[in-house]
Design a protein around this ligand. Structure first.
Ligand code: VIB
Length: 224
């Protein structure tokens, strides 16, 4: 069994929760409160900055030129393509550039990105890939599912989001990352695989927490 197949089985209960979450359902049927989406976009903008740094770390740790080049491309496309969606949404939701620039990470954003950066900086390339994979894989699955709903990808607010994450380009990205992890884990001892499984599970959990945080627009409780 490929390592990714084993992970796929493990993550099912959390993915079912992700798909059923009112934030995700609200994107799908277009009923999501705009303020919640606005909060999500700003936190996601901060998330992407740190996430992009993981691709820089991936390029550092890559063991061949092809993988290094792919990470470099990903760094570029996260900053210049995926973020352009956020900036487009900023216009729709009247978010000033300054609001992005001055935004501070909520506890879940900070915990999630710092956990990934910790793993990326201190671990192996396989550790790093296990940490970043749930982000790509789960968005692709959610994007595909929502895209199948009649009219969802044409919704005036959330349609573009669905179009982006259900696109072939994002599918290929997720598959590249899955294949890389499978290659890196081939023939590795069980103890090492268990460690990777835990990293993967932690960021899968953080993906759920990110939806939940956004739905609740959760900031620091001490600042309220
Ligand atoms: C919390 C959170 N999780 C996943 C994504 C999706 N995503 C982020 S970077 C990337 C790949 C390269 O751009 C993908 C698919 C997101 N935006 N926010």
């Amino acid at each position: 069994m490929k390592f990714s197949e084993r992970l796929y089985e493990k993550l099912q209960p959390i993915w079912r929760k992700n798909h059923a979450h009112p934030f995700v359902q609200g994107i799908g049927d277009g009923t999501l409160d705009r303020e919640k989406f606005r909060f999500f976009m700003i936190q996601d903008y901060l998330y992407l900055i740190d996430y992009a740094k993981l691709f820089a770390l991936g390029a550092m740790k890559a063991e061949d030129v092809e993988t290094m080049g792919k990470f470099a491309k990903l760094l570029d496309s996260t900053l210049n393509e995926e973020m352009s969606l956020h900036l487009k949404y900023a216009k729709k939701f009247e978010i000033e550039e300054l609001e992005f620039k001055q935004a501070k990470p909520a506890p879940t954003t900070l915990a999630y990105t710092h956990y990934m950066l910790h793993v990326g900086q201190n671990g192996t390339l396989a550790d790093l890939v296990a940490a970043v994979l749930p982000c790509m894989w789960s968005y692709w699955e959610i994007g595909k599912e929502l895209n199948e709903r009649p009219g969802a990808n044409e919704h005036e607010f959330y349609g573009e989001w669905i179009q982006m994450y259900s696109s072939e380009e994002f599918g290929e990205l997720a598959h590249w990352c899955i294949d890389l992890l499978d290659t890196l884990t081939e023939g590795k001892p069980e103890l090492e695989l268990e460690k990777l499984e835990e990293i993967f599970l932690n960021t899968t959990r953080f993906e759920y927490m990110f939806w939940d945080m956004s739905y609740k627009q959760e900031m620091w409780p001490t600042d309220e």
